[in-house]
Design a protein around this ligand. Sequence first.
Ligand SMILES: CC(C)=CCC/C(C)=C/CC/C(C)=C/CC/C(C)=C/CC/C(C)=C/CC/C(C)=C/CC/C(C)=C/COP(=O)(O)OP(=O)(O)O
Ligand SMILES: O=P(O)(O)OC[C@@H](O)CO
Ligand SMILES: [Mg+2]
Length: 229
Amino acid sequence: MNIDIGRWKHVFKLDPDRDISDSALERVCMSGTDAVMVGGTTGVTFDNTVDLLSRIRRFEVPCVLEISDHDAIVPGFDMYLIPVVLNAGNPDFVVGQHHRAVKEYGPMMQWDQIAAEGYVILNSGSSAARVTEARTELQADDVVAYARIAEKLFRFPVFYVEYSGMFGDMDLVKRAAAQLERTRLFYGGGIDGPDKARLASEAAHTIIVGNAVYENLDRALETVRATQE
Ligand SMILES: CC(C)=CCC/C(C)=C/CC/C(C)=C/CC/C(C)=C/CC/C(C)=C/CC/C(C)=C/CC/C(C)=C/COP(=O)(O)OP(=O)(O)O
Ligand SMILES: O=P(O)(O)OC[C@@H](O)CO
Ligand SMILES: [Mg+2]
C-alpha cells in the first residue's frame, strides 16, 4: 500500500498493551481516519503487536507501526515510524536504540517504508517522558528551535509534539508549525472529543488520538469529522 503521510489529517493510535473489543476496533478502522498507528511506551511486545496487526488487517485502513521496543519490530505493516526523541535526557532514545536496530535489521530494511519522527515530549507525567528522561521544561522558543532542527538540520519528515495524556499549549504548537515548510507537525495528547480536535487541527498538520479510544469511543470517533470540517 502506498502511504502518503503528507496527506494525513487524523490518525488513531492504538496501544497493543490495551484491550479493545472487535466491535470497537471495527468502528475505529471504519471511522474515516487517515491511518491507524500502532504504538505505546510500555508493555509493547512482539506477540501483542502481531495480534493487533492481524486484527486491523481485516480492514482497508492504512496501518503503520511506531516502533518503541527493539523486540517488537514486526513485519507486515504498511510503514514504520521511528521516534527520535530530540529532548531525551537519555541518548539511547536519540540514536542508541536505533543503532542497535539498524545493526540487526539493516540488510533487510526497505528504507522507503521507514520515516523518522523528531519527537519533543512535553508532559512530564507521561510514561514516554519518564522512560526517555525527557527535559520537559521547555519554552515555546525551545520547541521552535527543535522544529527547525527536525526540518532544516535532520530533514525529518515528521516533527511530533507529544503531550501524551494531557491537552497541550496550542499557541506553542502553532508557532512550531509556522517554522515548517515540508516537515509535517504531528500533535498528540489529550484530544478527547471534537472541540479539542478542532483546536489541535487548527494548530497542527496531523492530530493523533490515543487514550480517548479506550476512555470514550463515541467522542473519540467524533474527532475524525472535526478534522474534516
Ligand atoms: C524484518 C523487519 C520487521 C524489518 C523492519 C525493519 C525496521 C523497520 C527496523 C527499525 C529500525 C529502527 C531504527 C528501529 C528503532 C528502534 C527503537 C526501539 C527506537 C527507540 C524508539 C523510542 C525513542 C522509544 C521511546 C518511547 C517513545 C517515544 C515511544 C513513542 C510512542 C509514544 C510516545 C507512545 C505514547 O505511549 P503511551 O503508552 O500512550 O504513553 P502514556 O502511558 O504516557 O499515555
Ligand atoms: O493518548 P493521547 O493523550 O490521546 O495522546 C496521543 C498520542 O500522542 C500518544 O502518543
Ligand atoms: Mg497512551
